[in-house]
Design a protein around this ligand. Sequence first.
Ligand SMILES: Nc1ncnc2c1ncn2[C@@H]1O[C@H](COP(=O)(O)OP(=O)(O)O)[C@@H](O)[C@H]1O
Ligand SMILES: [Mg+2]
Ligand SMILES: [Zn+2]
Length: 456
Amino acid sequence: MSYLVYARKYRPSSFDQVIGQKHVVQTLKNAIKNNRLAHGYIFAGMRGVGKTTVARLLAKSLNCQKGPTPEPCQQCEACKAIQEGQSVDVLEIDGASNRGIDDVRDLREGIQYKPLHSKYKVIIIDEFHMLTPPAFNALLKTLEEPPPNTFFILATTELHKVPATIVSRCQTFEFKKISFSQIVSHLEEITRKESISISNYGIRLIAEKAEGSLRDAQSLLDQAVAFSGDEVRDEDLKEILGTLSHELLFEFSDTIFQGKNKDVFDLVERVVNRGYDLRFFHSELIKHFRNLLVIRSLKNTQDLLTLDDTEIEKMKKQVEGIRSDDILRCLNALQNGEQGLRYSSHPRIYFEIMIVKLCLFKKVMPIQDIIEDLKRIKEKTDSREPSFPESKKANRIQVKNDVRVYDNKKKPTSKMKPKPIKSNEKDQALKEPKVEEFINTFRARILSVNKGEKNN
Ligand SMILES: Nc1ncnc2c1ncn2[C@@H]1O[C@H](COP(=O)(O)OP(=O)(O)O)[C@@H](O)[C@H]1O
Ligand SMILES: [Mg+2]
Ligand SMILES: [Zn+2]
């Protein structure tokens, strides 16, 4: 028996097997049942989320000998041929390589003839957005008034490139990304059926790498089994998936948290020497800081992290004593640098500067902290009697009394006029030990940052 890749072996043969995409499946099943199908559909969504699968299922539902039915028999000739993509009445056209006006003219001619073996002709055009403008125009008329026994399914990964005139003549379904947990359970099912031994961590690694595409997940598993056989070890997987050495990431976060800006250049050198693309490394660093933030902020992180236990322990240790605000600040700055790094003509220098800046964060007091400190000082000075020296207290009481008299609308006499306070209240407040201490620390921080910059 010939070997079938998982993506083909596990292609759903009925609507019930489709993972996610409930809104699409439900609507189509109802439309088939109530005989209210549109003649043109657009299936939009990223790669490997079920567009072709659902298109074939719809074709099967229409052409099954017992059809149209939302539950095709799976036994008849039509069902079998369509499942394999071999039915002559279900045309699968690649829009990327048949994108010209002549191709569309041929197609228009072809659909004038009745279907050969089935009741309906179903035309599935993949990567539909790749058609040329004249080809789109040539298709418009057909979509408006298609032959009665013909259905169009236009699949695209880039809906925004399909002209509005076409979109308005079709019913559009947007296929969603497959969720991480759905991919995990699908992979668990395949590995169970195929008796493949793989750790939970390994499955999560694959699911994460697939980024919402079920076909990508299946292909990665294929690749892993081809590499390791039926026992897929975590180490092999990391190699196949090009997962970065976590050690290097830990060294980066340590350098940043400790403010060791001088070490940055060596570290970046090591990244480059190991052959990692800096943009790729940067995105891994973002994920790493995100994980650190999750660990620092939450107690239960079970479903949020794709890390093995030793890595989680290591992270816990690293964020001990680091405030989540500080991790968040780093994460923000890293993310803000993404665009710049992508377009920089000197990505290495750009990346180095970015990391050095992160190191200096430790030495700069966040503005929020400064505001908080100031607030605290203000509250203290407000709530407390100003600490005038004993000798001046009489003066102050005098002022209070004078104001009261003035409030009572009695004409102030020269006697009542508040006597000027000799010692300036502001100067006094600044000499408060707390305030002085604050100003000194603030000054020291600024100095140390300046010094740090000079040293580099
Ligand atoms: N929603 C889904 N439910 C079940 N399997 C899916 C789904 N999406 C993708 N697959 C798997 O991935 C393979 C490719 O899916 P396909 O429908 O061709 O994706 P595309 O959206 O790129 O057309 C299928 O054969 C199937 O095994
Ligand atoms: Mg497809
Ligand atoms: Zn059938």
